[in-house]
Design a protein around this ligand. Structure first.
Ligand SMILES: Cc1cc2nc3c(=O)[nH]c(=O)nc-3n(C[C@H](O)[C@H](O)[C@H](O)COP(=O)(O)OP(=O)(O)OC[C@H]3O[C@@H](n4cnc5c(N)ncnc54)[C@H](O)[C@@H]3O)c2cc1C
Length: 401
């Protein structure tokens, strides 16, 4: 089978690896528009269940990712000058460029042709393939060319964000909120290797304009953010992926959904098919899960069209929960003025439970007390046993990192 994957992100690369593992004789090519080693963004968090899935799908990739993953052991919320609230939790992250390096090497070793600096502009360029995988990200060009068939919907988020890195290593996953004269601005900080962290800044458009970010290029935005977050950064610099002088380095999140995920022999994978807000840190894991799902269906069905239909049906259903949670999480950060008067522990508890469908519909303190009551009911023997079993499994997975 001749397979062409457009876009060299985690979705396409992992799919290419799995197809080559399935049958060595598959002819698999990945086209990536950028040169090797160039990408956007910094470190990404990975879902705990992903390592388990990778282990089953391709142990060698799992081993490499596990070897290079960075582990953090606690969640912390800092609001202005108030005492930090520590809220438990643990997780793993990895540098996006490192992850891609691992995937490119594995794909190439298996015989996938990875062609960098090759931008696909039209479907006609790859028309001779039995299967065309549009893994070209949230702004997918291929999807755009067939937008009527896929029935794409894009909802632009309200808040502004800037994905930066820093040399300060956050070994505790930190949400830091600072009150400025123009409103609240905050970051999500987490380490992803021994000398770098992701530092993702977010604020409302009013705060963004009020602080003058609408008039600042990348460098000037970074210098101002270093002042705003000086206490949190403890002298460490912030870094942009590319030192550009763009007038508007800030972005608004684009929530992408598609009514259909395939048309003819073209199939959407990863962010091209769906995006989930970055505040739930799942997009990469979900993109890789798409790759696993698609490869499995192509293994199970002789007929490519039947395989694509089954992939679409199952993955859409699997994603429903993550999409609802991502929606609730994005809304939470768009409404933080509802919560900022709470004490740090209450605020942190609501932040950590922001994916709940109910939270937005209840007064914050009512939800907080309901949550606390439900948690203490969780200490009843049967519920505690169930929760402990879940925690043990999760801990075991994380300890294996
Ligand atoms: C601010 C932010 C923070 C995030 N944090 C996390 C996180 O912590 N954890 C997490 O799991 N996810 C996170 N994500 C989401 C994650 O980055 C994506 O979900 C994931 O990268 C999707 O993988 P993909 O392979 O589908 O697309 P991408 O990784 O976007 O890859 C698409 C590739 O296609 C290439 N391309 C595009 N057009 C063409 C073309 N025409 N021809 C050839 N090549 C092309 C691009 O250069 C790119 O390399 C975050 C996203 C954002 C925006």
């Amino acid at each position: 089978m001749k397979i062409t994957c457009v876009g060299g992100g985690p979705a396409s690369l992992y799919f290419a690896i799995l197809m080559k593992r399935q049958r060595e004789c598959h002819d698999v090519t990945v086209f990536e528009r950028y040169p090797a080693g160039r990408t956007y963004g910094w470190g990404v968090t990975l879902l705990a269940r992903l390592i388990d899935l990778l282990e089953r799908a391709d142990p060698q990739t799992a081993f490499e990712i596990r070897r290079h993953a960075f582990r953090w052991d606690e969640g912390r919320v800092i609001i202005s000058e108030r005492q930090p609230a520590y809220l438990g939790g643990a997780g793993i992250s990895i540098g996006r460029s490192h992850l891609l390096e691992i995937l490119v090497k594995r794909a190439t070793d298996l015989g996938v042709q990875v062609q960098f600096e090759h931008e696909v502009r039209d479907i006609a360029e790859v028309a001779g393939s039995d299967l065309i995988v549009a893994g070209d990200g949230a702004n997918s060009r291929l999807r755009g060319l067939l937008a009527d068939q896929f029935r794409t919907r894009i909802k632009v988020g309200r808040n502004k964000y800037l994905w930066l890195g820093t040399t300060k290593v956050f070994d505790v996953f930190t949400f830091g909120f600072v009150a400025t004269e123009a409103g609240w601005i905050w970051y999500h900080g987490y380490g992803f290797n021994s000398d770098t962290s992701t530092f993702l800044v977010e604020c409302s458009p009013e705060t963004w304009a009020g602080l003058g970010f609408d008039q600042l290029g990348t460098e000037a935005s970074i210098r101002l953010l270093e002042c705003i977050f000086a206490q949190h950064l403890e002298g460490h610099p912030l870094m942009a992926r590319e030192q550009s002088t763009d007038l508007n380095p800030w972005l608004s999140f684009r929530a992408v959904t598609n009514e259909r995920w395939h048309h003819g022999n073209v199939v959407l994978l990863g962010d091209a098919a769906h995006t989930t807000h970055f505040t739930i840190g799942s997009g990469t894991s979900l993109a890789i899960e798409d790759a696993i799902g698609l490869a499995a269906k192509l293994h199970d069905y002789e007929d490519v069209k039947l395989a694509l239909s089954a992939y679409t049906r199952d993955r859409r259903a699997d994603l429903r929960r993550a999409q609802l949670e991502a929606f609730a999480s994005a809304r939470w950060f768009e409404s933080i003025q509802r919560y900022t008067a709470l004490d740090p522990y209450q605020f942190g508890t609501l932040l950590m439970t922001r994916r709940s469908r109910f939270q937005a519909h209840l007064p914050p303190l009512v939800y907080y007390h309901l949550f606390r009551t439900a948690s203490s009911l969780g200490k009843l023997p049967l519920l505690r046993r169930l929760r402990d079993r879940f925690d043990t499994r999760r801990r075991r997975l994380l300890q294996s990192i």
